[in-house]
Design a protein around this ligand. Structure first.
Ligand code: TYM
Length: 332
């Protein structure tokens, strides 16, 4: 890693199929940042078990996520790719930072409130301390910038608070990270219920576009997407369905909202939805081909994660040594 470049860390949970929301909110931005920054992109499997996971499915999803990082354009020669559970320092720092985090601030986290309402039979301590593990992921690497979707903003804030609190006691141990939230695609909404975000774990599959959905499936889901009773393609708060489709179109094509509104000015909802579907399909076509190639190349993937976790461990150990020393643990 080059000393003079700033550091980026981000990750995705292997808790289902990666969606268009994950892609536009995060992955697509990650690829653009690789030359300018030292990047670490992690498959955060420790986070995924805060909700009960089937072991075989978790194993497959973890490999799939890693393959999709590479297929989307993350270059293992430039960026460090690895599984969180392969770098034990994440869990170690997390324990330490638990002792510098208050129950009150964790209780205010929107994601905790939502997930504990959804999984009433499994409100475990890990779900509660999830943001501390996330803070550890980020702070271990002296990260400058964290590219995420809008829904992670609150977790970035608590990360900054924990780091600042620790630094106030022990001096400058952690870099205080900033969130990097793109303009287009930072909050992709569910296609059938555009008042809620598109989510990997949604049971209604018509709400989500998985990156590996067949083109015909993608077209069908867009054709069924909820709009409204007007027939005007315009971005507006009172038109959540149409606005979501417009945002998706802009994020995928790189066009501005004004350009997109002008393009669809005299267009009915039917052909508007078809155009959005086609734009997404053509964006995902080369990605899907690359996934199919990589799936045949297990040795390569294994080599990437082995090297990635070695590099990540080396960097993480440096920060953890400093933390141990500051706290007063006896050196190993
Ligand atoms: P996760 O796995 O839910 O989502 C991965 C990334 O995708 C973004 N995202 C979205 N962006 C736009 N629209 C949507 N509908 C949408 N849904 C998800 C998320 O904001 C995220 O950037 N806690 C994190 C994983 C994590 C992490 C970290 C991220 C663990 N440690 C350290 C950054 C740094 C999460 O659950 O992401």
């Amino acid at each position: 890693m080059s000393e003079d470049k700033k550091v980026i860390f981000s990750g995705m949970q292997p808790s289902g199929l990666i969606t268009l929301g994950n892609y536009l909110g995060a992955l697509n931005n990650w690829t653009k940042l690789q030359d300018e920054y030292n990047c670490l992109y992690c498959v955060v499997d420790l986070h995924a078990i805060t909700v009960r996971q089937d072991p075989a499915k978790l194993r497959k999803a973890s490999r799939d996520v890693l393959i999709q990082y590479i297929a989307a354009g993350i270059d293992p020669e430039k960026s460090i790719l690895y599984y969180q559970s392969h770098v034990p320092q994440h869990a170690e720092l997390s324990w330490i930072l638990n002792c510098y985090t208050y129950m009150g601030e964790l209780g205010r986290m929107t994601q905790f409130k939502e997930k504990s309402q959804k999984h009433t039979d499994n409100i475990n301590a890990g779900l509660f301390t999830y943001p501390v593990l996330m803070a550890s992921d980020i702070l271990l690497y002296q990260t400058d910038l964290v590219p995420v979707g809008e829904d992670q903003r609150q977790h970035l804030e608590i990360t900054r608070d924990i780091a600042g609190r620790f630094n106030a006691v022990y001096g400058d141990v952690f870099k205080i990270p900033e969130a990097y939230i793109g303009k287009a695609g930072a909050r992709v909404m569910a296609l059938q219920e555009p008042s809620k975000k598109m989510s990997k774990s949604d049971e209604n599959k018509n709400n989500t576009i998985a990156l590996l959905d067949e083109p015909s499936v993608i077209m069908n889901k867009f054709k069924k997407a909820v709009t409204d009773s007007e027939n005007e393609v315009r971005f507006s708060e009172d038109k959540p369905g149409v606005s979501n489709l417009l945002s998706i179109y802009c994020a995928v094509t790189g066009k501005t909202l004004q350009q997109a509104e002008a393009e669809f000015a005299n267009c009915g909802y039917g052909s508007f939805k078809t155009s959005v579907g086609e734009a997404v399909v053509s964006k995902l076509e080369p990605f899907q081909k690359k996934v199919a190639e990589l799936e045949k190349n297990k040795d390569y993937i294994e080599k990437v994660v082995k090297e990635g976790s070695e590099k990540a461990s080396y960097l993480a150990a440096k920060t953890l040594r400093k933390v141990h020393k500051k706290i007063g643990f006896i050196p190993r």
